[in-house]
Design a protein around this ligand. Sequence first.
Ligand code: GDP
Length: 298
Amino acid sequence: MIVLSGGTGTPKLLAGLKEIIEDFAVIVNTAEDIWISGNIICPDIDSVIYTLAGIINEDKWWGIRGDTFKTHERIKEMGLGELMMLGDLDRATHIFRSNLLRDNKNKTEANLILARSLGVRQKVLPMCNEDIRTMIRSGREEMHFQEFWVYRGGRPRIDDIYFEHIEDARMTKEIKDLIREEKNVLIGPSNPISSILPILSVGKMRELLKDKYVVVVSPIIERKPVSGPAASFMNAKGIEVSSRGVAEFYKNIMDVFIVDYRDEEEVKIEGVEVCKTDTIMKDSEKREKLAKFIVDLL
Ligand code: GDP
């Protein structure tokens, strides 16, 4: 099975999935990657790798459980800010991966070595090797996604969200091989615009998924995202903030749509089976239950 992932909702599902099956690979959004203090941070890949390694901080779904922030604090005390709060152990990940890139490994190779070094058995693949940047346009200002979300707390009005250099992104050999081999694709509850749209925009990804059996879990419940900025991004792209809106977005590639049982609206899309179940993964039991529901379906 192939899982497409962002950095919060789908990792929760992966935490459940890894308790049930071992044989899956994850293709991860890298459009939010950013270089900070000399090293590349791949926020979504880090969350996926830490989840599969069993070391994710489950309170936030980023960073390593029990990490300290001494280096980050010291840099601040010395008078230089750092755009993101980076933990000390987390920083070791970023240094390790960046050293591999400096040693002429590509992003795929670097992340495969990183995941293996943390004991992850599954392949965790960046959506492409090129550097793509999610940018937010707010009035006359253009800013990197991380500046919008981390530094400015998601407050600026969003007029547009776009992916700089996405037209240069090529599907990697590793992803092409995976797609040739696998029939089932799971799109977890991820932000459809900032996490999944960049993945679908790489090369012929969207076309190739039309021939797969694609299961999608809705990240929207009762017209609200469970967390994160999905609502403002969907609004900016003219997509209704509801499971119906999510279904419209995926309708050409999706075979099964999993909606939360709390959601009262009826979703009807020709050729798509709609299932209702509990999708709020607030603890490990709920995460495994949803993962099992999906595995049984496949
Ligand atoms: P984010 O929007 O930047 O956090 O990026 P992600 O791609 O990680 O998106 C997380 C999405 O998953 C958000 O739109 C949330 O609404 C959704 N989400 C988070 N936790 C859950 C959950 O437990 N259940 C469901 N159904 N959705 C979730």
